[in-house]
Design a protein around this ligand. Structure first.
Ligand SMILES: Nc1ncnc2c1ncn2[C@@H]1O[C@H](COP(=O)(O)OP(=O)(O)O)[C@@H](O)[C@H]1O
Ligand SMILES: [Mg+2]
Length: 401
């Protein structure tokens, strides 16, 4: 283990506080590259040696970013480039390629960011996936319609958080939407809508081996939560259950096949209502969003951000040691709130271990050694969220800039 490396962390959103704290604690030099407009965010300044601000959207474009970071590299020797948010994965990969810094390069990053590349590779490695077609060749698209039944999902290849995704009920609706998209259409992917429960598996991977993974289950599909406006929930699944083990196994096959060497991943699957089978939905090379890392920490004691910082501090040939794992259960409930400061004091059970502090939001995390207890409280409190705080807003079309 080398403890005096220089980490350049890239965060186009406010993410990764625990990563930076841990990286610093391990003796590394921590640099942060973020947006000027995030200057007021609660960055862990005591753990950051220098913050560099990107002034505007144009400067985030890869050729401009390459110039800026190459300029910085004249005086600073950078050892690691870390993408703290999903949108930073491709930027970090391009920078690594240009500066010849170890870590995930552009080819692999593409499999973890581009939903079309991900689908094609998943098919090659024999994962069960929803039937899909690239939005490119119209004969190919017509063939796809010929062999499938509605509904469909039309999604941007490089977004996150269900942004820009549309459920398509007919061929006609698809062609209308495609016309609206114009030249942007080839940046989309069309696939079969598979109704069912959405699962996530969160992983720590080192030396191409899955060192740790834990399976979770969203209450309602994230698409419904984001586009129809619902309370968001998720919980850890029962350890050792047939369902959880099947997910973990499939997750391992996906990550190995897609070529993740080291790091963390949040990967999603759909359990089809129709045939009971698991379908690979998507993967990523980052810690899951929506405070899922807090939920995982509450159940297992594992802080994925910190473990990731530990992994990055290791060198080839080093051994990664997992922290002690607790086998408790946890669940999360979050929602937009009608109130600026919703009164969460109604949730007073000892199992309530975390509360979200954010204006016009309500959120909590439950934890207990018993799966049944977490499930019971999850149902009860989700209902209270709808009754007391819940409100919804129209979904934005594009990530906030
Ligand atoms: N093929 C599909 N069938 C059913 N639901 C889907 C499908 N693709 C996406 N969704 C819904 O949209 C959500 C977001 O899609 P996903 O591919 O995970 O992209 P994102 O990066 O935005 O999370 C999913 O969680 C799910 O609810
Ligand atoms: Mg998703």
């Amino acid at each position: 283990m080398k403890n005096d490396m220089t980490f350049l962390c890239i965060a186009s959103y406010e993410k990764g506080r625990d990563f930076m704290r841990k990286a610093k604690e391990l003796g590394n030099n921590v640099l942060l590259l973020t947006s000027k407009k995030l200057a007021g965010s609660p960055w862990p300044r005591e753990s950051i040696d220098e913050i560099y601000y990107i002034p505007n959207e144009k400067s985030w474009e890869i050729p401009n970013l390459i110039n800026a970071v190459s300029y910085l590299a004249r005086s600073v020797k950078i050892d690691r480039i870390i993408a703290l948010d999903d949108f930073d994965v491709e930027k970090a990969a391009s920078l690594r390629e240009h500066l010849r810094i170890p870590g995930m390069g552009e080819t692999t990053a593409r499999y973890f960011r581009d939903k079309l590349a991900m689908r094609i590779r998943a098919k090659e490695i024999g994962l069960n996936i929803p039937d899909f077609v690239r939005v490119l060749n119209y004969d190919e698209i017509n063939e796809f319609f010929g062999r499938t039944e509605p509904p469909y999902i039309l999604k941007p290849r490089m977004q996150a958080g269900a942004i820009g995704i549309t459920k398509i009920e007919s061929k006609e609706q698809f062609w209308k939407r495609i016309e609206e998209l114009g030249d942007k259409q080839s940046y989309y992917l069309l696939e079969q809508f598979v109704a069912g429960k959405i699962h996530h598996v969160d992983t720590i991977l080192f030396d191409r081996e899955v060192k740790y993974s834990v399976a979770g289950e969203y209450g309602l599909p994230p698409f419904e939560v984001a586009h129809q406006g619902r309370v968001f929930t998720s919980r850890l699944m029962e350890y050792g259950s047939k369902e959880a083990e099947e997910l973990r196994l499939l997750n391992e096959k996906a990550l190995k096949g897609l070529g993740l060497v080291k790091g963390v991943s949040h990967t999603e699957f759909i359990r089809s209502e129709k045939d009971g089978k698991l379908y690979f939905l998507e993967t990523s090379a980052r810690v899951g969003g929506a405070n899922l890392s807090e939920m995982i920490k509450a159940g297992t004691g594992v802080n994925l951000w910190e473990e990731w910082a530990k992994l990055e501090t290791l060198e080839d040939g080093d051994k990664y040691e997992l922290p002690e794992i607790e086998k408790n259960y946890s669940a999360i409930i979050t929602s937009l709130a009608k109130q600026k400061g919703p009164d969460l004091s109604i949730f007073s059970e000892p199992e309530v271990v975390w509360k979200l502090k954010k204006d016009y939001h309500a959120g909590l995390i439950l934890s207990s050694p018993k799966y049944e207890r977490v499930s019971e409280l999850l149902d009860k409190h989700t209902k209270l969220f709808y009754d007391n705080f819940f409100t919804s807003q129209p979904m934005k079309e594009k990530a906030a800039d």
